[in-house]
Structures are given as C-alpha cells and as structure tokens.
Design a protein around this ligand. Sequence first.
Ligand code: ADP
Length: 278
Amino acid sequence: MSNSECSHNCSSCSSSSNCKNKDNQIPDNSKYLKNTIVVMSGKGGVGKSTISVNLAVSLALKGEKVGLLDVDIHGPSIPTMLHLQGEHLMSNGEKLIPVEKAGIKIVSVGLLLENPDDAIVWRGPLKIGAITQFINDVDWGDLDYLIIDAPPGTGDEPLSVFQTLTGKKSAIIVTTPQEVSAADVRKSLNFCKLMNVKVEGIIENMSGFVCPCCKTLTHIFNSGGGEKIAKEFNVPFLGKIPIEPEIGIACDKGEVYAFTNAKSETSKIFSEIVDKIL
Ligand code: ADP
C-alpha cells in the first residue's frame, strides 16, 4: 500500500491529497472496542468461521464481553452456523443492535438480508462502507474483545477493517496442515506486516483425527505445517485443533461447539488458545 492512499475509507477518493474527509475526524472506536482480533486465512474452507465462533464463545466463557463481526460480505456463514436465519439487525434510531447468542453479540451482513440466499453484488466502495458502519455505527456496548471473521485472502475486507479500527488490533491466521494451505499463510502474514498489525499467532485446524473409540490420533493430512511457518515468521503458534465430528454436528444444529461441549478435550484446546491471547 502506498503512503498516498486515503486512510478514511472514503468511497469518493483514493488518495490523501484528494480526500474530502481530510478535516473530518475518523471516529474513535477504541473507546468501546478494547481489543480487536481479525481471524484470517489464505484459503476458504480451513475452518476460519468455526474458529472465530468458538474463540469468541471461549472468551465469553472466561467472563470477557465479546462481539463477533462477520465481514465476509459475499459469503456470510456466521448466521447459518448459528441458526440465526429469520433474525435481523434492528436499529434504535441511531445505531444497529447486534443479535445475541451464546453470550456474544453478533453482526453480519447476512442479518440484513430479506432472504438468506440473496446474492450480494457490491463493488469495493459499498463493501468498505458497510464494514465501516459495522464497526462505527453498531451499538456494541463496551467490548473487551471483538472477533472479526474475514473472508479468505488479503482483499478489501481485511484492509478496510484494519484501516477503520483505531484501537488495539491484531490478527490470528488459520491454516490446515497441508503445505498448499500453509503456503497461503505466508501471504496473510506478509499482509499483516505491511499493515503493521500484530499477529497473535497461527492456529492449525483439522490437525489429525482422534478416533472416538480407541483415542488414537491419526494424521489424515500432514501435521506441523502451521508450526513450521510460525517459526519461520517468528510469530506464536497458538495450537492444533483436531478434526472433531462434534464440531460439524454442532455447526449443523446451529450450536456453538465450545459452548455445548465445554468440557471436551477440543474445547480445552480452544480455552488454552484463549489463555494465550488473554
Ligand atoms: P471457512 O470459514 O474457513 O470457510 P468453515 O469454518 O466454514 O471454514 O468450516 C468449513 C466446514 O468444516 C464447516 O462445515 C465446519 O463445521 C467444518 N469444520 C471446521 N473445522 C472443523 C474441525 N476441526 N472438525 C470438524 N469439522 C470442522
């Protein structure tokens, strides 16, 4: 990103010299968003939304005030994952009111749609506008943590999130153990470096399968790709989440695994990851 780019996320200009909002103050969201963590991945389908939801709930279970913002504009999966179909974001006249479930406040573009199957056909400026509103014009209350589920890659969405947040911001990168997924993590890590954003660490998801009968751990994919990259980039490795059939079952039922299976071994891993973050 060049230094001349507009830092106000204006849809009307792209460089600081043209910026029409130059004299306007960027809203200070650090007053009510104490810590923000963007959950990123290089590829889709690695479990980023699953990790976002379970980390948010694990933080809430430790007494933190937590919000979950889904900025996957074209494929919002949080409302489906939490069975929030039929729920909509309401307004109190000034701000949007998040939907609440399992002790967390949730905002997603999917909660604005009449029909959950509607396709959102928005170019960059509209997406940037929506993300800015989701951060600045939502009645979040005073949050200890806002977990932000970003779409895969390093496009408009994570860029506008980082540019809009004014307080403490960091990122968690989710990968699977295979080299092809881990290779994309390098892009996410380099993106964070460019944006000057702290990386909380890397989580390796779908890291082995523990047989529910004999408890033997089988590495269906390779193992250790996430750890290797964490070492290479000198960032913390936060943990390995195994393939856990109950995660998929909870997801299909609209439940949060870490909430309904709070005492399981995998929930303990989520809890340990949260301890590292806290
Ligand atoms: P992403 O957000 O990266 O696209 P999702 O979180 O939507 O990925 O996960 C894709 C699918 O994989 C979902 O059906 C989810 O339930 C399942 N899944 C994710 N992580 C695990 C896991 N550790 N064990 C079992 N199923 C998982």
